[in-house]
Design a protein around this ligand. Sequence first.
Ligand code: GLY
Length: 232
Amino acid sequence: MQGDPDSMYAIAIHGGAGAIPRHALSDAREKQYRAGLETALDAGYAVLERGGPSLDAVSAAVRVLEDDPLFNAGRGAALTRDGAAELDAAIMDGKQQRAGAVASVRHVKNPIELARRVMEKSRHVLLVGAGAEEFALEEGVVLVPNGYFRTPERQRQLESEQRGHPVSDLFPASQGTVGAVAVDQEGNLAAATSTGGMTNKRQGRVGDSPIIGAGTYAKNGVCAVSATGHGE
Ligand code: GLY
């Protein structure tokens, strides 16, 4: 979390990477995770510092985490049981109580960007699958082959789960989510969440992240929330 006590703007992020047993996390690896989180935090904070809206701040932070293959969102997302990435994301504007979300998209490089387009450019709140990707195409949002999201580590985790060896004893399946909440210099709140969901999930499984009021919520004067964990 980063904030300025005088002007009252602040941002907090979470960067879920799947359930990583402590013994599997080397110092070098932990440094990489921390560096990724700091880059995301700095990207969001820079927006707030120059007087930008909290919506831009949470989008910027989540976008960095989606692009970082270490985190379970965008590139490096957890894989479905057929070895594909299926991504969910949501964003909410606490000032106007507007929200946008996408679920089960397989080709949208930055699902948080598409969620924002849903909020700002469509009459809808949640678009899924092929319909969401058709909208992405119309909006000129960057599309990539599904293989872009797949990393060797996520592939190994999937294979391990499928052999009956969960990545962690603590959780039923590797999971995690990335997200950000922020308040800007005008006092406006925003929340954003993005995820690949859980490893070895069925095609079409959607967790809490893109469900407004469950995984993502913001209302000025009340709260901004981005949830993580087992989203069932
Ligand atoms: N909390 C993220 C998910 O379960 O999809």
